[in-house]
Every structure is written in C-alpha cells, then in structure tokens.
Write a protein of this length. Sequence first.
Length: 161
Amino acid sequence: MNISIRDVTQENVQDILKLSVRELQASFIETTEQCLEEAEECSIYKPVGLYSDDCLIGFAMYGFFPEEMENGRVWLDRFLIDSRYQGFGYGTIMLEALIQKLVIEFSCTQIYLSVFEENRAAIHLYQKFEFRFNGEFDLKNERIMMKNITNLNGQLDNSTL
C-alpha cells in the first residue's frame, strides 16, 4: 500500500468535492466544499487529499497559526475518511502519515486539533496517537486536543503507533 498526501489541484478538486462522511458523522465536520471555501479565505489553511495507492480515500486541512500562543500552533483542522472507505483502518494509517508530515513540514513540538465531545470514534482514534484534552475549547465549543511530539527527526516515537 502506497500512502500519499497530495495538494488539492485543478486535477483532483472535483473528486475531493465528492468525498463525504457517514450521515451520523455529518454534524461533526464541515463538507469538503466548505473546507475549500475556508482555505480560499484564509491562506494559512492547506487542504490535501489522502490517497492509498492512487485512490482518493480522504481529506485533511492543516496550517500553522503564528499568532496563537508565543510560538504559534500547528493545527490539524480537518480530517475525514470518505464513508466508502471507513472501517478498513485508513483513519489510523492516514493520521499517522499526517502527523509525520506536520512534524517534518513545521518542525513542530505540538499538534492541535478540536473535536466534538460526542464524536467518540474520532476521540478514540486521536487518543491512540497520544492526543490529550488540554482543557481548552475552540470557537465552536469543540474540545481541543494536543499531541506532544517527542522526536523531531520526522519519525514518530514507537509509543504513538
């Protein structure tokens, strides 16, 4: 299995727009269309397609927000696996790849994300990768989780896998 994280381009944007989560998950995350509109409005956001071999199976959006805290914050702002590919372990595989990408791209020591408290499946996945609640809430009243990165050479600590 060849995993890749690719920029959203004219060549793949229509396929990105077709991605969606299960109906019961729809209230937990914006549509890819809404995400791409936000990325147009705020150049900090970087939207990407998540691929297994050459098959688009998910979407993520991340960015570095320099005005947050004294050194800024790296946010994994959106993360979804298309409903057709859920239940096959892709969430775990793609989250691992995204964490590695963020560590390499930003040389960060922490990664932040936010999640609705009712989204138990997502919380469980994030906790497997040592994301922990930090007591903060975002503007939508989602709980903020943070992961401390212990190894900055781009490889994750084995304890996070």
